[in-house]
Design a protein around this ligand. Structure first.
Ligand code: GMT
Length: 380
């Protein structure tokens, strides 16, 4: 198949997932055309089946807000015609689903091409931004106009049905991970550099937005440190990083915390880690937690959104209410203070991640594509 994928090219989960999906589809022999405004972060190296089409947004003094949505629709039209796309898969509703709708109408009217559009909803496009009255009518309309809709967890499906007048069926296709990529041997020299005296290594990775509650990560770490020798790696960057760094200074724990910024090789960091902390107010799924589990790292997370579908309480880690720092700290200590307990969690986290391996999820997307193209009947 010739598949167009519209995505955000940044470190956010939806962009990472969309890129990994495209790479896996290309490995299966499909021709994949990524459409976005910048080279996606996880897209590197040459692959004969992969193409990248950059959306150019010309500036003009009149444009205080350059019209990206129109530029994206025009690029989709161009790619669909010239690359003879069979279908378009857009990740994150805003503005990708409405740009896709517009492109579809242009193609239909001007060339007679009917380009099927699949929209995958990822999280904040529904729960935060999408719900905002400024966007809601457009989001509802463009979701309903998609030929197929998927969400990355059962929880996100429920949230979508609760907040939007969606009249179409929504299929849950869980996020996935390439277990092979994350099941890496730790690099001893790296572990020693971070934790020279064999301290436990705790890790958090995100885009440091408010919703992630990164200060909670720092408070929890401080409580762990009071009981167990430990180090904390803070991976990523974003608006809340500065506040988290300040807090480390206030709590006088800077020597034990490293803010390493955005990292492309997250698997190297996870390979030396003992516990992943995800304290968010909401996660539709928590792809970063799944990646940690694929690297045999247990997860301490909040009990929200799709996280309980991924992180199983008492099995792959623990869950607690967002903001309940005391309980989270106690549970984190429980996981890391004893080798035997920690190793049990590590093993079970890895077993759980295997269920979400790309090789199990990719065929589900391929089946959906075939259904949308009318090649196979729609599965119940
Ligand atoms: O909202 C973000 O943190 C980024 C966002 C994205 O779309 O890039 O992440 C969402 O999609 C990820 C991939 O499906 C999920 O793993 C995240 O849980 C989800 N984030 C939220 O729901 C907050």
């Amino acid at each position: 198949m010739r598949i167009g994928i519209v995505l955000y090219p940044t470190f956010g989960g939806s962009g990472v997932l969309a890129t990994e999906l495209g790479l896996a589809l290309a490995d299966e022999g499909h021709q994949v055309h990524f459409i976005t405004y910048r080279q996606p972060v996880r897209l590197s190296g040459f692959n004969a089946n992969i193409f990248y089409h950059e959306v150019r947004v010309p500036t003009y003094p009149l444009f205080e807000y350059p019209p990206y949505e129109s530029a994206l629709s025009s690029t989709i039209v161009d790619v669909a015609i010239n690359q003879r796309l069979d279908l378009l898969h857009v990740h994150y509703a805003i503005p990708h689903a409405s740009s896709a709708y517009l492109a579809k109408q242009i193609l239909l009217k001007s060339t007679g091409i009917n380009l099927p559009v699949i929209t995958t909803l990822h999280g904040t496009d529904i729960t935060l931004v999408g719900k905002d009255k400024t966007y809601e009518p457009v989001v509802t309309f463009s979701i309903n106009e998609s030929d197929a809709i998927t969400t990355v967890s059962k929880n996100l499906k429920e949230e979508t049905l609760k907040s939007f007048g969606v009249t179409k069926d929504i299929k849950v296709i869980y996020n996935f991970v390439d277990v092979k990529r994350f099941a890496k041997k730790p690099i001893d020299a790296f572990r020693k550099a971070v934790a020279p005296d064999g301290e436990r290594i705790l890790v958090h990775a995100s885009n440091f937005r408010k919703i992630k509650r990164v200060q909670d990560v720092v408070y929890i770490f401080k409580n762990v440190l009071d009981k167990v020798p430990a180090k904390l790696m803070m991976v990523g960057d974003g608006p809340e990083r500065h506040g988290a760094e300040e807090l480390c200074r206030e709590l006088k724990i800077c020597d034990h915390v490293r803010f390493v910024g955005k990292q492309e090789q997250i698997e190297e960091i996870l390979a030396i880690s003992d516990l992943f902390l995800l304290t968010s107010d909401y996660e539709s799924f928590g792809l970063s937690a799944l990646e940690a589990m694929a690297a045999s790292v247990p997860v301490l997370s909040s009990n929200v959104g799709g996280l309980p579908e991924v992180n199983i309480h008492g099995v792959t880690g623990y869950l607690a209410e967002p903001g309940d720092i005391a309980t989270m700290s106690q549970l984190a200590i429980e996981i890391v203070q004893n080798d035997e307990v920690l190793n049990g969690f590590k093993q079970r986290a890895f077993e759980q991640a295997k269920q979400y391996d790309i090789k199990n999820v990719l065929p589900v997307y391929e089946q959906l594509y075939a259904e949308v193209l009318g090649e196979v009947p729609v599965a119940e």
